[in-house]
Write a protein that binds this ligand. Structure first.
Ligand code: HEC
Ligand code: HEC
Ligand code: HEC
Ligand code: HEC
Ligand code: HEC
Ligand code: HEC
Ligand code: HEC
Length: 394
């Protein structure tokens, strides 16, 4: 049941059931469930006697001890049998947002981000509502590094760089939404939520910047289906007649679907079919890490001289890099070589790293460093004009 519905039903019930006793400064002694102690107005949000308004207006400030006497030290019901959380799941915050549960961030994560519940009191745009004049942006809470307020729905609130401006769409604006930090707040590349993000983005050192949509379905709004996946209900929650159709987990979805993911080589014979295994955090069959093939017969006659005499094809290493293993997976030989000191692909004549520049001079320099990241792992064969210039990788 939605919170709104639940509120409606509970409030309607309460209005009928409540007697006329007032909230007095000195409330009666703790009572048993079913004995009405509050005025009907106490449960009617539009009435000035509504408990929320009374508590907000209380002078001196509301002392929650006065409710705990009957509603329990943990607000879970106590002798009154009525939990505050029946109607507003996250409130009183003092209990729900405890340090032990990770404050409000921990509460939100554990509940798969029930932001609509917060809007009920803090307003539709979280800047304070008719019920609570407390804005998420106040006192430097949800603000960017320049002090501009930003909605908790900004793409870099729950993951990425919290202090960045509320971001828009497309690289490089979406960069601030990429980990670190992960959803859980991790910043180490050894954590799957962080992994090799930065190496694939603008800050990488060897390759072209990879767009988010090469590896993800990028949501337009945080509420897009498929963005925040909830675990499927277990059998116990549904009863024995229920059989789950699929098992969803609460980890990020990785789908390879854009240009490089679909780059077909080998004269149409090799489609990369890239995949990510969340269990091992390894990628396999990606074009970038070497799932490609070139045919000698497709090369220009001068380029054919670089194919080994016996070779009819040239192939990449088709590596399966681990997302969390760091720079070990980005060695020059790992995607198109056979091992340290063997940098050229199978089928290609062997050359030292210092020689690549002679023929691939607009991509690497004479020391084997990448000169132009935009031309490396871009789906194009880059050769100096003496060897035929550039041609599509196919
Ligand atoms: C003397 C015991 C007692 C105290 C103190 C007390 N309550 Fe209650 N409260 C009850 C009981 C019993 C009920 C259920 C019967 C009723 O609605 O009167 C109830 C019901 C309510 C309801 C309505 C629930 C519904 O289903 O409509 C609200 C809201 C509420 N209390 C809020 C508060 C707040 C806020 C405080 C502190 C300022 C407080 N109460 C202090 C005993 C108490
Ligand atoms: C019967 C349902 C119900 C119960 C039980 C209930 N509340 Fe509320 N409370 C509401 C509703 C409805 C609002 C207003 C939220 C809205 O407008 O969306 C509210 C708002 C509040 C607010 C609003 C803050 C403000 O500025 O007005 C406070 C504080 C509050 N409740 C405290 C309590 C406490 C403490 C308890 C338990 C002792 C409690 N409530 C139990 C229904 C309930
Ligand atoms: C029933 C009304 C109500 C609801 C629902 C509500 N808040 Fe609040 N919130 C308040 C009130 C009243 C205050 C100020 C007094 C207090 O902190 O108890 C407040 C204060 C806060 C604060 C200030 C600091 C703090 O921890 O006390 C944060 C953060 C906050 N709310 C976050 C949330 C989030 C996140 C949600 C949704 C999960 C939420 N609130 C839902 C009423 C509400
Ligand atoms: C090279 C592929 C790749 C690219 C490009 C990429 N991601 Fe990811 N992303 C991943 C992988 C792999 C995971 C981890 C999945 C897992 O935890 O199982 C992930 C996880 C995430 C997560 C979830 C983090 C968590 O804590 O679970 C977010 C958020 C995310 N990516 C955002 C982005 C954004 C925004 C961009 C673009 C700026 C981007 N990613 C670009 C591969 C990529
Ligand atoms: C309220 C928190 C929240 C907000 C706001 C949010 N995200 Fe996420 N995002 C998540 C969580 C949580 C995950 C991890 C997936 C999971 O747990 O199911 C995630 C995962 C992702 C991923 C990885 C792919 C996936 O679907 O798992 C991308 C990309 C992403 N978010 C982009 C965005 C963009 C773009 C926005 C702004 C339009 C945004 N997020 C706003 C919580 C949020
Ligand atoms: C003598 C010139 C020459 C040298 C030196 C050379 N290559 Fe090549 N390379 C070529 C030619 C020609 C092709 C084949 C292109 C085709 O099929 O049209 C090629 C193809 C490749 C390919 C696959 C297609 C592409 O362009 O990505 C890779 C990867 C590659 N070379 C890497 C290297 C590396 C690494 C070095 C240095 C260790 C190197 N090459 C040194 C000429 C050279
Ligand atoms: C993550 C995988 C990966 C790593 C690591 C990698 N390469 Fe490449 N490299 C590729 C791919 C894929 C190509 C195929 C051509 C393209 O798409 O640009 C390529 C092509 C090349 C070429 C041929 C020129 C071209 O772009 O067509 C050279 C030369 C080269 N790489 C050198 C290097 C050097 C030097 C290093 C280490 C600094 C390195 N590579 C590391 C994936 C990689």
């Amino acid at each position: 049941m939605t919170m709104e519905k639940r509120l409606g039903i509970l409030l309607a019930g309460a209005l009928v059931a409540l007697s006329c006793s007032e909230l007095r400064k000195d409330l009666p002694a703790p009572v048993a469930p079913g004995v009405n102690v509050h005025d009907a107005a106490w449960s009617a949000p539009l009435n000035s006697g509504f408990h929320g308004r009374q508590l907000q207006a209380a002078q001196p400030a509301w002392n929650d001890q006065s409710c705990r006497v009957c509603h329990g030290g943990d607000y879970a019901g106590g002798t009154s049998g009525v939990a505050c959380f029946k109607c507003h799941a996250p409130y009183p915050h003092s209990v729900m947002f405890s340090i032990a549960t990770g404050r409000h961030q921990g509460y939100l994560r554990a509940g798969y981000f029930p932001l609509p519940a917060c809007q009920q009191c803090h307003g539709a745009s979280y800047t304070g509502g008719p019920v609570v004049a407390i804005s998420c942006e106040q006192s430097g809470c949800h603000v960017d590094a320049s002090g501009n307020g930003k909605s908790p729905e900004a793409c870099n609130t729950c993951h990425g760089t919290f202090s960045a401006a509320a971001n828009l769409t497309g690289l490089p604006l979406l960069l601030s939404a990429a980990p670190p930090g992960s959803v859980a707040g991790d910043t180490s590349a050894a954590s799957p939520g962080v992994g090799a993000h930065q190496k694939h983005l603008l800050t990488g050192t060897t390759g072209k910047s990879v767009k988010c949509q090469e590896c993800h379905v990028v949501p337009v709004s945080w509420t897009d289906p498929g963005h925040i996946l909830r675990p499927v209900m277990t059998m116990a929650q549904h009863g024995p007649s229920f059989s789950p159709r699929a098992t969803m987990t609460a980890v990020a979805s990785v789908f390879f679907r854009d240009t490089l993911a679909n780059l077909v080589t080998g004269n149409g014979s090799v489609a990369p079919h890239p995949a990510f295994d969340p269990g091992t955090t390894k990628c396999s069959n990606t074009y970038c890490h070497g799932n490609w093939l070139l045919r000698k017969t497709s090369a220009s006659s001068i380029a054919q001289l670089v194919y080994k005499d016996t070779a009819t094809v040239m192939v990449g290493a088709s590596a399966s890099p681990a997302w969390t293993a760091g720079s070990a997976e980005g060695q020059c030989y790992s995607c198109h070589g056979l091992g340290p000191d063997k940098y050229t692909p199978v089928g290609h004549e062997d050359y030292a790293l210092s020689a690549c520049a002679f023929c691939h001079g607009d991509v690497v320099d004479a020391n084997g460093n990448i000169l132009n990241r935009a031309k490396h792992m871009n789906g194009v064969i880059d050769l100096v004009s003496a060897f035929g210039g550039t041609r599509p990788m196919k």
